[in-house]
Design a protein around this ligand. Structure first.
Ligand code: UT7
Length: 332
């Protein structure tokens, strides 16, 4: 019997219209375009404006783009996973709402949260469901409205994050393409270094937490930076070794877009030519769960059937990992 592998067969994306430039940030906090560009590589990021629009708004738009590009009937979708660190609400699943709104009325759905590794872990989960033979169409969406947890008076954080969503469809493949291997890790001793302190079950929001601005994301940038550089490269190298891949074999590195310097350091450790390292952080900043699908959407026209791609991410928790996948189609 042919082994079933799980391949990505379509991608979609959505970025909000509003562009927050480095220039505009200069008028909001004590910063400048040169500092932001040299330290992070970011030039601009997108912000979702408008009342009553949450993460699901972008998740729905990215899924709708995928559905129309691929020309599928949403009723055929078996499962919708929304990877997100900024769900619409506590308790009510963002994925359930998204699935219903896109017409995936035969699907079950759930949210998956692992900070900046949410989408990477989601790739593992989606692939496992396909490989098991139980489901044929799994829609994985990475979406985050990071602006909902940013203090726009804190220059160390507000320059980094943006809002966006990206979607991929996983389907069975009988040519051995798609998901090949993974090396996923986590370490809870890193939780203090990147977090939103209040609003969860440990410290629900009160007047006092709001006054102290504990409801915003904060990080110890240097500690996160060092851990990200070391760990993203470490897991990527492990996946290369385990699959006997040299730098020449690899077609692309698709790294989480948190900082241009982290991305370049990971590529260098893998001895990859810069032309093989996907990067769009300059346009969107760090979009948390959306970075990996946004890369696929932006690079889709350059990807060829059989391309060997290493995905790598690092984020809060700490959580991190790498996935090796063979691309399943060439764009027309
Ligand atoms: O996706 C989740 C994972 N997150 C990450 O991977 C983020 C990892 N960390 C980083 O990307 C970097 O640490 C940052 C971009 C957040 C910061 O860069 P850095 O090179 O580590 O700078 P720093 O925090 O050490 O700050 C250096 C200086 C400080 O001034 P002093 O103390 O040297 O006088 C900061 O106050 O730069 C100052 N600074 C700024 N200056 C202008 C911090 N933010 C800014 C700013 N504009 N926006």
């Amino acid at each position: 019997m042919t082994k079933i592998t799980a391949a990505i067969t379509a991608v979609g994306k959505y970025v909000p219209d509003y562009i927050l430039t480095n220039k505009e940030l200069e008028s909001m906090v004590e910063t400048n375009d040169e500092w932001i560009t040299t330290r992070t590589g970011i030039k601009e990021r997108r912000i979702l404006k408008g009342e009553n629009k949450g993460t699901s708004y972008m998740a729905i738009k990215s899924a709708e783009e995928l559905i129309s590009k691929k020309n599928i009937d949403p009723k055929e979708i078996d499962l919708v996973i929304v990877a997100t660190a900024t769900p619409d609400m506590q308790a009510a699943s963002t994925a359930s709402y998204t699935a219903t709104k896109i017409g995936a009325t035969n699907a079950f759905s759930f949210d998956l949260e692992a900070a900046c590794s949410s989408f990477l872990y989601g790739m593992s989960v989606a692939s496992s469901y396909i490989e098991s033979g139980r489901y044929k169409k799994v829609l994985l969406i990475g979406a985050d409205k990071n602006s909902s947890m940013i203090d726009y008076t804190d220059r160390t954080i507000c320059i980094i994050f943006g809002d966006a969503a990206g979607a991929v469809l996983f389907e069975p493949n009988e040519e051995g393409l798609g998901f090949q291997d993974e090396y996923l890790k986590s370490d809870g001793s890193g939780r203090e270094f990147l977090k939103v302190a209040s609003g969860g079950s440990v410290l629900p929001n009160t007047k006092e937490t709001i006054e102290k601005k504990l409801n915003y994301i904060r990080q110890d940038g240097k500690t996160v930076f060092k851990n990200a550089v070391f760990n993203m490269a470490d897991v990527s190298e492990k996946v290369m070794e385990r699959n006997n891949l040299t730098n020449d074999d690899i077609s692309w590195l698709a790294p989480h877009q948190a900082n241009k310097r982290i991305i370049e350091a990971t590529g260098n450790r893998m001895r990859l030519d810069a032309s093989k390292v996907m990067m769009n952080i300059q346009k969107y900043g760090n979009t948390t769960s959306a970075t990996l699908p946004l890369l696929l959407a932006d690079y889709e026209s350059q990807l060829k059937k059989g391309d060997k791609i290493i995905f790598a991410a690092f984020g809060g928790g700490f959580s991190w990992g790498a996935i090796y996948l063979k691309w399943a189609y060439s764009s027309k």
